[in-house]
Design a protein around this ligand. Structure first.
Ligand SMILES: Cc1cc2nc3c(=O)[nH]c(=O)nc-3n(C[C@H](O)[C@H](O)[C@H](O)COP(=O)(O)O)c2cc1C
Length: 389
């Protein structure tokens, strides 16, 4: 974790009261950055974090405080994964954005974040086969690229679940309807006041179930070749950018991850292909999860790097996965990333950018309360720096 001996060669001369010039070390994570048309004052991004406190899939008033606690002027924040339709859920009490009730419920949350001057994108997802009949309308089978059942009972995001049901393979004719759900969710998110959309293409959920050859066993135009496996993601990006404009769209990808039995035999080629292809749509950013994140919770050292994808993608490049102050600063300084998303550290430290600025100690996160339905405990009760002092 972070060291106390942090120093940088980049310095900005500042005048002090005695009329002499002092060198103030610049902290790369806290330098401004222009992301497309958006001016950010720092590079510490709130990663998307499922918190399972949106009862009946409707965002709740307690989320106003939670998100506004983490909002800073010129900061960039992502919502927790938010369902695009009534078939998109696989975990209890996760929010959606397919009904007007949900759109209305998001509005005060977005307003609170905006009133602090932060930029707020909605992460939209469909879990695909990471679900069971209990989450599906009429007790139907979950949908996927495949009819292969998830065998392991490992818990995604450490979330308890009651197991997975065998999925139903979508026909090619049904796919435009699912793509359209993403489009409508994007439209709804803009109606709720969000500044843009992050398409969740990571972590073994529906889009990833198409991307990865470890899952996708189709023989139609959505399976087989790399191009075909990426078709569903491309169609979603086309639909969402047509709806809200490419300058308000980002995508999250985890080519190296194997969560939910969704691995690829050649993740470097997949990641590069996606970075190059999606670049052509002129989307705002690509948000990639580090190869070292073998599971959502642990980082392991690994020889793979996101640098080739960073070079291939023309827009803003966001990295995530196991970052702390020190290596986040290093990633920015070495130009391996424009922005760094922090998950667990931001969850437990609502004033994370300030703590980074002061090189202050961090609150420890408590994974036992990540997904408690409690509106306060483990949610809005992590102390701010001035409260701990
Ligand atoms: C409680 C929790 C919930 C998460 N929910 C999401 C999510 O909704 N969408 C997503 O893309 N990633 C999700 N993740 C992954 C994080 O965004 C992040 O990539 C991961 O925690 C690694 O980053 P970190 O080491 O900074 O925590 C979640 C992780 C945690 C710990």
């Amino acid at each position: 974790m972070g060291t106390s001996s942090f120093s940088y060669t980049n310095t900005t001369p500042i005048q002090n009261m005695g009329n002499t010039t002092e060198e103030k070390p610049q902290i790369p994570l806290l330098t401004p950055y222009k992301m497309g048309n958006f001016q950010l004052s720092h590079r510490v991004v709130l990663a998307p974090l499922t918190r399972q406190r949106s009862f009946n899939n409707v965002p709740q008033p307690h989320a106003v405080l939670y998100y506004s606690q983490r909002a800073t002027k010129g900061g960039f924040m992502l919502t927790e994964a938010t369902g695009v339709s009534d078939t998109a859920q696989g975990y209890p009490e996760t929010p959606g954005i397919w009904t007007m009730e949900q759109v209305e419920a998001w509005k005060p949350i977005v307003d609170a974040v905006h009133s602090k001057g932060a930029l707020f994108f909605c992460q939209i997802w469909h879990v695909g086969r990471v679900s069971n009949t209990g989450f599906q309308p009429n007790g139907d089978a979950p949908i996927s690229s495949t009819d292969k059942e998830l065998t392991s009972q490992i818990q995604s995001n450490d979330i308890d679940n009651a197991g997975f049901s065998p999925p139903r393979r979508l026909t090619a004719q049904e796919i435009p309807q699912i793509v359209n759900h993403f489009r409508i969710a994007a439209r709804n998110a803009m109606a709720a006041g969000f500044d843009g959309i992050e398409v969740h293409g990571a972590h073994g959920y529906l889009i990833d179930q198409f991307l990865k050859d470890g899952v996708n066993d189709r023989t139609d135009q959505y399976g087989g070749s790399l191009e075909n496996r990426c078709r569903f993601a491309r169609e979603i990006i086309e639909a969402v950018t047509a709806e809200v404009g490419a300058d308000r769209v980002g995508i999250r990808l985890s080519p190296f991850a194997n969560y939910m039995e969704s691995g690829d035999s050649d993740p470097t080629t997949l990641g590069l292909h996606l970075a190059e292809t999606l670049s052509r749509y002129g989307i705002l950013y690509c948000h990639m999860v580090e190869p070292r994140m073998k599971t959502l919770g642990e980082k392991t050292e690994c020889l793979h790097s996101l640098v080739p994808m960073r070079r291939a993608f023309k827009g803003t490049f966001i990295v995530a996965g196991g970052y702390d102050r020190e290596d986040g600063n290093k990633a920015v300084e070495e130009d391996r990333a424009d922005l760094v998303a922090f998950g667990r550290l931001f969850l437990a430290n609502p004033d994370l950018p300030k703590r980074f600025e002061m090189n202050a100690p961090l609150n420890k996160y408590d994974r036992n309360t990540f997904y408690l339905p409690d509106p306060v405990v483990g949610y809005t009760d992590y102390p701010f720096l001035d409260e701990t002092a």
